[in-house]
Write a protein that binds this ligand. Structure first.
Ligand SMILES: Cc1cc2nc3c(=O)[nH]c(=O)nc-3n(C[C@H](O)[C@H](O)[C@H](O)COP(=O)(O)OP(=O)(O)OC[C@H]3O[C@@H](n4cnc5c(N)ncnc54)[C@H](O)[C@@H]3O)c2cc1C
Length: 385
């Protein structure tokens, strides 16, 4: 006998975005069910560096990042969950004159949206953080940069959603969906689920689910990798980012190991679901980390891993209802998708219940995304001809 379940709102994928969306909807009293092929927080949302930085995001995402770090903090305060949130403050460093110029320009821009970012020279940065090397010419300091423990956080968000009334079902995969009248019928690995509103937050796998419905989003697959060192003396009291991208360093408590990442590409086979580490990337990442924080050279790396992530080519999220598909909603990852997940989820939950997007989120609607990409490709075309 085929199993048939019904719910008002079905969310496919219990990563950070799906789990926070479920928490928001359940708290508002909606009947919401989440299915995950595996378990909450097992993919990108549990493989990431746990960086909850604000100043390291593209400026367009700065306000959402600032809102989100408060939401991450409040999640722990409201629920009593211990997801390891630490608001240490962070340095974003530059090692070139060009990088210094970009940092100098960014500080007042962030201050204009209420994020306190201070531009300081290399000597002042080393006075405050003596472990930074002489290669650091200048830095921006942001007092609300921080991190949490990504191994613990999303399972805790999912647990809070369950306590608020959501039903979360692990080990059930969405395979396809159809719309009959106003009802979606989702075929899963464990029967069918009927719902009025369908929310796809299945990370990179959302592409496949939507493609089967004839919906193509301009997104690209990424595979990022990370490494963690053995425990070290307690020395790194701030998070460290790099203006030229590929570096994040933090020391986590209570383990005292150092987490090193920044978006170096891993390898593997997406279709076979193999996530592997690129030694070339590991060496490049370690060399850059040691150049900026030389004491890291004394530590052994214990483990390295990678995870699948996806973003639009301009690294912005896509949030909202799919045009011409009433009741079908999506939220993709973006640059810093873990940091920004609570604000994206809040915007998505509002869209699901009211059909409206907040002003801040509406620039990332599916319609706005397609328009932006068309304009972008026209602009790049005119540059090359
Ligand atoms: C190594 C690495 C480091 C990173 N570091 C940071 C960082 O420090 N800070 C930061 O802000 N961001 C970071 N990111 C990015 C961030 O992790 C992602 O943007 C974010 O976690 C994406 O969340 P998500 O909920 O969209 O997707 P995911 O976490 O991938 O969740 C998708 C979920 O959907 C489920 N699913 C998939 N298909 C189906 C299906 N058909 N049926 C049912 N369930 C399904 C999966 O099992 C999974 O649980 C990093 C990413 C990686 C990989």
């Amino acid at each position: 006998v085929k199993r048939v379940r019904t719910t008002d709102i079905l969310i496919v994928g219990a990563g950070a975005i799906g789990s926070f969306t479920a928490l928001n909807l359940a708290r508002e009293g909606h009947k919401v069910t989440v299915i995950d092929r595996k378990v909450p927080g097992i993919e990108a949302s549990g493989a990431n560096a746990g960086s909850l930085g604000v100043q390291n995001k593209p400026f367009e995402l700065g306000a959402l990042a600032a809102e989100s770090v408060d939401l991450w903090r409040d999640f722990e305060l409201d629920t009593g969950s211990e997801a390891g949130y630490h608001r240490l403050g962070g340095f974003r460093v530059a090692e070139t004159e060009d990088g210094v110029d970009r940092l100098r320009d960014l500080a007042p821009k962030f201050r204009s949206i209420g994020v306190n970012v201070e531009h300081i020279d290399g000597d002042e940065a080393r006075r405050r953080a003596p472990y930074l090397s002489e290669s650091v010419l200048a830095a921006n300091f942001c007092d609300i940069d921080g991190h949490n423990n990504s191994l613990k956080a999303v399972p805790l968000v999912a647990r809070a959603a369950t306590s608020a009334g959501a039903t979360i079902i692990s080990g059930v995969e969405a395979r396809s969906f159809q719309k009959t009248g106003d009802t979606f019928v989702v075929t899963t690995s464990d029967g069918e689920i009927m719902c009025d509103r369908l929310v796809i937050t299945a990370g990179v796998w959302s592409r496949d689910i939507l493609r089967d419905a004839g919906i193509h989003l301009p997104v690209a697959l990424r595979n990022n990798q990370m490494m963690v060192t053995e425990p070290a003396p307690d020395f790194l009291n701030y998070i460290v980012f790099h203006i030229d991208g590929h570096l994040t360093i933090k020391q986590v408590h209570p383990a005292l190991s150092c987490l090193i990442g920044g978006g170096w590409p891993g390898t593997g086979d997406f279709r076979a679901h193999q996530r592997e580490v690129s030694y070339r990337s590991a060496i490049g990442n370690a060399a850059l980390a040691i150049r900026v924080v030389p004491e890291l050279a004394n530590l052994r790396v214990l483990r390295s891993w990678s995870g699948f992530d996806w973003r639009t080519t301009d690294q912005m999220p896509v949030v909202g209802q799919i045009p011409n598909f009433p009741g079908l909603f999506i939220c993709t990852s973006c640059y810093g998708g873990y940091t920004i997940s609570p604000a994206l989820a809040r915007g998505l939950a509002k869209a699901v219940t009211t059909g409206l997007l907040s002003e801040q989120i509406s620039q990332f609607s599916p319609e706005a995304t397609v328009l932006r990409h068309e304009q972008h490709s026209e602009e790049s075309h005119s540059v090359t001809t």
